[in-house]
Design a protein around this ligand. Structure first.
Ligand SMILES: Cc1cc2nc3c(=O)[nH]c(=O)nc-3n(C[C@H](O)[C@H](O)[C@H](O)COP(=O)(O)O)c2cc1C
Length: 246
């Protein structure tokens, strides 16, 4: 995409961490957005944790009684509108108990009111058609505390299934284990974050992210998970002593 064509391009990041604005997910999201901003695109981060979003009650009023209108009058409408206006949506969540945070899941549950109830059958799979015709172009960013990549298995599958249902295009997934390293030893993850920034730039400029960039951002950086665990345990014991709980 030529430079002037990226003006007006909107990137919306939805960060599901309850530590809104202060967590490790933020550090990763900001690098991606820095790349997007370098092209002239506008960016916005929203935190479901800071918004009033009631959990879905499963009443299905939004499907039958008042089609498209949820019984809850809260911030979900404005979140969905902002999502609808974005050219690219970054879905970011730390791993919580092997999945996305409840703040983010609550948001996806409420998006059900933006789907029609009818069963559509396509490619051997049933889905609900959306009310919004414009497909969402998306990126996933997640971080977790444990050092192995396998802790992203469930969240990755979950996001992929959601995007399939939404008919959203997934440009790339970016996973960062051992998230405390972002602050305890930033150089270890420097090249991965540079690639993440590049990914943000490519997503806006090219409408896609190259396989090389995705691979570079997801390259392993925890050489010895056992040694990493020992360092973390020492820190945890020190914290207990600091709080006089040990
Ligand atoms: C309730 C809770 C559940 C968590 N579950 C996992 C988990 O299953 N696997 C893992 O590797 N890390 C887990 N973590 C660690 C977080 O993913 C990690 O601390 C991450 O940096 C939090 O993101 P944030 O800093 O953006 O808030 C959990 C943390 C909390 C508070």
């Amino acid at each position: 995409m030529a430079e002037n064509q990226t003006d007006g391009f909107r990137v919306l990041a939805i960060n599901g961490s309850p530590r809104a604005g202060e967590g490790m997910t933020d550090i990763a999201v900001k690098r991606f957005l820095a790349g997007a901003e370098s092209t002239g695109a506008s960016t916005e981060v929203i935190y479901p944790a800071k918004m009033k979003i009631a959990p879905c009650q499963g009443c299905l009023n939004c499907w039958f009684k008042t089609p498209g209108v949820c019984r809850h009058r809260d911030d979900m409408q404005s979140l969905a509108e902002r999502m609808g206006k974005a050219d690219l949506v970054v879905f970011a969540s730390p791993v919580y108990v092997d999945g996305m945070t409840s703040q983010m899941k609550k948001m996806f549950d409420r998006l059900v009111s933006f789907a029609e109830p009818f069963f559509m059958f396509e490619g051997k799979r049933t889905y609900h058609p959306g009310r919004v015709s414009r497909p969402v172009r998306s990126v996933v960013i997640s971080v977790c505390g444990f050092p192995e990549r396998e802790h992203f298995q469930a969240i990755s599958l979950h996001f992929k299934r959601i995007f399939q249902n939404m008919h959203a295009e997934l440009l790339g997934e970016f996973y960062f284990p051992a998230s405390s390293i972002f602050v305890s030893n930033p150089p270890v993850v420097a090249s991965q974050f540079e690639a993440l920034e590049r990914a943000g730039r490519e997503a806006v400029e090219n409408g896609q992210i190259s396989a090389e960039t995705i691979e570079a951002a997801n390259r392993d950086y925890v050489e010895d998970p056992g040694a990493f665990g020992e360092q973390i345990n020492e820190l945890f014991h020190n914290l207990r002593r600091y709080y006089k709980a040990e």
